[in-house]
Design a protein around this ligand. Structure first.
Ligand code: IVH
Length: 700
């Protein structure tokens, strides 16, 4: 939504309008803060963000009585992730002054000469290297061992991400030398190679996870993970290019220091060069700019640093930037072209994403024919319409962006773009929950754009658990026109013609088909909570599915209640609202699902094929584990985590994720880690899998 009065000058706002708009801005700015600081996935440009804050400030200045408690002017950005401890840099991590043209570069060299009082014929050797678009970190080595790694933070204080940095192949745990310095802080850039970033993003999209906007955001998001295993799974790399505290002090030439880092086992950028005059600096800049698209990673300029470290020391720094270094930035690659059409793409999770189809144009050596429009708000804020001339930018970003409409004064402009409220692929209703930017298709089970992902969820181990049908087989079945909706899996097992076609698919054959039939036969009787979970309703994970199943007991009761809810029955809504653990987001998601006729049909078709078992009521007073809090840790052999959880809940227990003084029992499987240790420390009852099975037994 765009601000209701954005076009009214602050001086012309009425108090009511001002109040409205401050409320809007508080929400909007908080959202962008989160997107930027916590998700590393901003959706607006810095300039647009600044404009929102300035407008907020101007309105507050005119209406001081209307300043809200949650006003954005009381906060600077979102709090950084609280979970990392802080590291105070012993020497501040500096940033760089920027140069945008040849004159700025000339002035930099002149200033150095003036400052050092160099004779006119004294050569000034400068080392030039690409400016990597990643995030800088500082790695501390004591006697050659990596002991601490920190992000830059505000330059004075960063976050301790040692465990995460240890997972990077490019970060040596030991310096490869027999004579390590007592202390050396190596600084440099963590980044992602474009191709590896793209592969990772594709895999994320396939799993229905949010994708990162560009390699820089992905690198930042991946490094600031609380679980180092996640960082380890991301393709992060590191280039070394500077130092912090060092004992003994670094002397000599910068390029020799880089060579030494190379010998210690670091990667230093091979595209570096030492020159001793301005023309060669500019030639290096032009050469790297021309090769920019060929470099495997994103860069946003080149950095010049004085070769002589004694001169660097004499020059020192002003504010946050050294006098002995300069970032020569590339021009953002921009161009103007026409929007032919605004199309809506439907992602595998049902998200509707608007895309501008453009008159193809070359931007920085690459032909661009489409650009992302992010979401409904973005189109509205920029008022982008079909036929408009727009300015686009291909920055480090992989996906080009539309920055603004250039000809919005044109008389014969098209109509404002109306964002569809139905899915362009399957025609189901597309809804946008309050406070969210994304509109989603509700036709999950039948929408061709989402079909494969939904069916994968349906057959997965913690859902219907259909043996032999997994990630690979689902697209095969869909593409061969054998299965479109869940019920088709079951009708397939009884249909000789289709089974024959199945047997002919690559990797199949008679034996596998026979096994498939057996697997299906075993799943015709299904616990109600699994059926509910398998439908893939938003926010209805295994826990909520179990809660719903236990509350309604039979599929008939559940289905009837959900349809009534969808049809606006307030009684049903109130009943659901009273169920412990079910919140408004779940209620809305279930209602949306059942409001969509296609989904009701898909469920009814499925119910002709399977028989959901009546669910046990939540364990009453007499239940074996009534009132107890149980934690599972490590892998169990005999049942999935989802099933173990469901069993514990059926026995009246509450299942928690972490061990605390409130925990009554910890069940440990294979490879249990810190939770098992903690339980032992706290003297909490610990059960192995055999003891758990004896206690939990077979489901009733
Ligand atoms: S040198 C005191 N070299 O650019 C000098 N910085 O805009 C410290 N950066 O915070 C920086 N590539 O994150 C240097 N080859 C390079 C760089 C580089 C990228 C980043 C770094 C720094 C920022 C300043």
């Amino acid at each position: 939504m765009s601000s209701p009065h954005a076009k009214t000058a602050v001086d012309d706002l009425s108090a009511t309008q001002a109040e409205d708009e401050l409320a809007f801005l508080a929400r909007e700015i908080a959202l962008h803060d989160r997107r930027y600081h916590q998700d590393d996935a901003p959706v607006i440009s810095d300039a647009e963000y600044d404009a929102l804050r300035q407008r907020n400030q101007a309105i507050e200045a005119r209406f001081p009585d209307l300043v809200r408690d949650d006003s954005p002017s009381h906060r600077v950005g979102a709090a950084p992730a609280e979970a990392f401890s802080k590291v105070r840099h012993r020497l501040p991590m500096l940033s760089l002054d920027n140069a945008f043209n040849a004159e700025d570069v000339a002035e930099f060299v002149r200033r150095v000469r003036r400052f050092l009082k160099l004779a006119d014929d004294e050569p000034v050797a400068v080392s030039a290297e690409p400016k990597i678009d990643g995030l800088s970190v500082s790695l501390r080595y004591e006697n050659g061992r990596f002991v601490q790694g920190a992000t830059r933070g505000d330059g004075e204080t960063g976050e301790d991400v040692t465990a995460n940095l240890r997972t990077l192949k490019d970060v040596p745990v030991r310096l490869t030398t027999d004579d390590p310095p007592p202390v050396l802080e190596v600084r440099g850039e963590v980044y992602m190679v474009r191709a590896e970033f793209a592969t990772m993003n594709e895999a994320r999209a396939e799993r229905g996870e949010a994708t990162f906007a560009n390699p820089r955001n992905a690198a930042a998001g991946s490094l600031r993970q609380l679980d180092p295993k996640i960082t380890a799974s991301r393709p992060l790399r590191f280039f070394a290019y500077a130092w912090g505290e060092a004992e003994p002090a670094i002397e000599g030439r910068y390029s020799a220091f880089l060579d030494r880092l190379g010998a210690y086992g670091f990667h230093v950028n091979p595209a570096k060069k030492v020159v001793d005059n301005e023309e060669d600096l500019l030639r290096f800049y032009a050469d790297i700019d021309a090769r920019r698209a060929e470099l495997p990673y994103d860069i946003d300029g080149v950095v010049y640093k004085l070769e002589r470290i004694d001169w660097q020391r004499r020059l020192g720094f002003v504010g946050r930037a050294p006098r002995w270094a300069l970032a020569h930035k590339f021009k953002a690659e921009q161009a103007q072209t026409k929007v032919r059409e605004i199309r809506i793409q439907v992602g595998r999770t049902g998200a509707l994403t608007p895309v501008a189809e453009l008159e193809p144009i070359t931007v920085g050596g690459v032909v661009v024919a489409r650009a992302t429009l992010h979401n409904q708000d973005y189109i509205e804020q920029l008022d982008i319409r079909e036929g408009d001339l727009v300015r686009i930018q291909r920055a480090g970003d992989v996906i080009p962006q539309v920055l603004e409409v250039v000809d919005s004064d044109r008389k014969d402009r098209g109509k404002p773009f109306v964002f569809p409220d139905h899915c362009p692929i399957c025609g189901s209703l597309a809804v946008r929950p309050e406070g969210e930017a994304i509109r989603r298709c509700t036709g999950g089970l039948i929408c061709p754009a989402q079909r494969i992902e939904r069916l994968r969820h349906f057959v997965a181990r913690d859902a219907f658990d259909i043996e032999g049908i997994g990630k690979k087989q689902v697209p095969q079945l869909v593409e061969a026109d054998l299965v479109h909706a869940p019920a088709d899996l079951f009708t397939l097992a009884d249909d000789e013609d289709r089974l024959a076609r199945l047997g002919d698919l690559p990797g199949w054959g008679e034996r596998k088909v026979a096994k498939f039939r057996e697997a299906i036969a075993e799943r015709r009787l299904v616990p109600l909570e699994r059926l509910i979970y398998a439908l893939g309703i938003r926010f209805v994970g295994d826990v909520n599915a179990a809660v719903l199943a236990r509350h309604y007991r039979t599929v008939e009761a559940w289905r009837k209640a959900m349809i009534a809810l969808a049809d606006g029955d307030d009684g049903e809504r109130a009943e659901l609202d009273n169920v412990d653990g079910i919140g408004p987001a779940v209620i809305e998601a279930v209602a949306e699902f059942f409001r969509e006729e296609h989904n009701r049909q898909a469920l009814d078709d499925l119910l002709k094929q399977v028989e959901p078992a009546e669910a046990a009521a939540r364990g009453g007073e007499g239940a074996k584990l009534a009132g107890k809090t149980v934690v599972f840790t490590g892998g169990l052999e005999a049942m999935s985590r989802a099933e173990a959880k469901a069993r514990a809940e059926a026995l009246g227990a509450k299942v928690a994720g972490s061990v605390s003084a409130k925990t009554d029992m910890v069940v440990v499987g294979a490879d249990a880690g810190s939770k098992a240790r903690k339980a032992a420390e706290l003297g909490i009852e610990v059960l192995d899998e055999a003891a758990w099975l004896a206690l939990a037994g077979e489901p009733a």
